[in-house]
Design a binder for this molecule. Structure first.
Ligand SMILES: [Ca+2]
Ligand SMILES: [Ca+2]
Ligand SMILES: [Ca+2]
Length: 453
């Protein structure tokens, strides 16, 4: 692990490198200094922007999802339309302004959106009435994870048809946190969905079922039978209400056939690399010691709550690591370690880099040739305050990926805002979403494009 001293050293190295790059063409033919990354405001006055996506229809519109339930369209002229594309807030639980992980969390356009007008949302609906949590008398579910298909209005491409909702999948959720919430179509045309472990902490509490590893209490991360929590799912949206891709890893077994990979705590943001081998890259938010990014493979077990990052997790004391833990699960699957591990700010060893990892994208745009094939991601906050940060990692085929802070013009230490999420347009250029508020409140939510300046 990188120590805090190493981290500070990297900060001091990165900045002079940009200065050198900008001044190295002084002799000979005059040329423009190399450009460095900065932020260009796309839209402000949002509440809690959490997804940005460009539909694959050539319209060059950007769709910005606010956690509160609205999707706003930024037209090709850069102007935000005054009427939201859709507002599903009336179908959702009421969010807590001070802090909430629920809401409208995911948007994916059909790969055939241009011809079929279909798109998919992940939102947290009110819990089903009259359904106590098994084994916990008197306790009811907190919310209902819902994945639905909608269609664009036949009359107006900038409006959704609210009457077109087709509910694909629902799963009871035990607490207000660890919802996961990303939706994305893979290169195989199937819809991938991330759902967290049910929330609370430690993967322990109401609705956190026991699994094969009895040393730690809980957990939905390792269980693949009782519910859909703690997983990346893969479904075929062509079905009633959906169908299971025939080569999903648990087809024909007692486990849930929707599961593509498991062992996650809060797989909040993931993406597919639009280039290379189209890897699925996922940021799994850690508890108190380590944050991680995983390269997801079919049937993979990513360790939680046996492990947090590469370390043995202890449900009795989340600030300690157990001296040992299994390296394979009860079925013989290896517990797959992350490719990026970062020390959490709460970790007593010190040198923490942030409180919650925000998964990003492999850069495939044109603005920064030097970033080609590197993974850009970040931290919600460095220290619990409005101090979001970006990082850039260099992939390797084996072992851990190295990373450094990604310093932006005008933001020498951090963003001065919470980093809520990342987005990518159809050209492969990247966006960040920020807010001055940790919770879904206020009007300080912003979307920025990462541009060369
Ligand atoms: Ca257990
Ligand atoms: Ca599970
Ligand atoms: Ca893990």
């Amino acid at each position: 692990m990188k120590s805090f001293t190493t981290f500070r050293r990297m900060l001091f190295i990165v900045i002079p490198l940009f200065i050198i790059a900008g001044c190295s063409k002084k002799s000979g033919m005059p040329s423009a200094p190399a450009k460095t990354p900065g932020l260009q405001l796309v839209v402000d006055n949002l509440i809690s922007p959490i997804v940005i996506a460009e539909p694959p229809d050539g319209s060059h519109r950007l769709f910005v999802v606010d956690e509160l339930g609205q999707i706003w369209i930024i037209g090709a002229d850069g102007k935000k339309l005054t009427t939201p594309f859709i507002d599903v807030s009336g179908k959702m639980v009421t969010l807590s302004p001070s802090y909430d992980e629920r809401g409208l969390l995911g948007l994916a356009f059909s790969p055939n959106f241009k011809s079929n007008g279909k798109f998919y949302l992940f939102y947290t609906a009110p819990p089903r009435p009259g359904t106590p949590i098994p084994g916990t008398p008197g306790s009811t579910w907190n919310n209902l994870t819902r994945i639905s298909e909608f269609k664009v209005s036949a009359a107006d491409p900038n409006l959704a048809d609210m009457s077109s909702e087709r509910v694909l999948l629902e799963d009871n959720h035990t607490y207000l946190n660890h919802n996961g919430g990303t939706l994305a179509f893979g290169p195989d045309g199937f819809l991938y969905i991330s759902i967290g472990d049910g929330g609370n902490a430690d993967d322990v509490g109401n609705g956190h079922v026991p699994d094969w590893y009895l040393v730690n209490a809980g957990g939905n991360g390792q269980d693949i039978y009782a519910n859909l929590m703690g997983n990346v799912l893969r479904i075929d949206v062509n079905g009633n209400p959906y169908s299971i891709p025939p080569d999903n890893p648990y087809v024909g077994t007692a486990a849930r056939p929707e599961i593509y990979a498991f062992g996650f705590r809060n797989p909040f943001r993931f993406s597919f690399d639009r280039g290379g081998s189209h890897q699925l890259l996922l940021g799994d938010v850690g508890q108190s010691l380590y944050e991680e990014v995983d390269v997801i493979t079919k049937g993979g077990n990513y360790g939680w709550n046996v492990k947090e990052g590469t370390h043995c997790f202890d449900t009795d004391n989340d600030l300690l690591v157990r001296p040992s833990c299994p390296s394979v699960d009860s079925a013989g699957n290896p517990l797959i370690d992350p490719v990026i591990e970062m020390v959490n700010t709460s970790n007593p060893i010190g040198g923490g880099l942030g409180i919650a990892i925000i998964g990003g994208f492999m850069y495939r745009g044109a603005a920064f040739p030097a970033f080609q094939g590197k993974y850009i991601y970040g931290m919600l906050s460095a220290d619990g305050n409005a101090t979001g940060k970006l990082f850039i990692a260099t992939p390797t085929t084996t072992g851990m990926w190295s990373f450094t802070p990604l310093t932006l013009n005008g933001y020498p230490t951090n963003l001065g805002q919470f980093l809520k999420s990342f987005g990518e347009d159809q050209s492969g250029e990247l966006y960040i979403m920020t807010s001055g508020q940790l919770g879904p409140q206020g009007t300080s939510g912003k979307v920025y494009k990462i541009v060369a300046q």
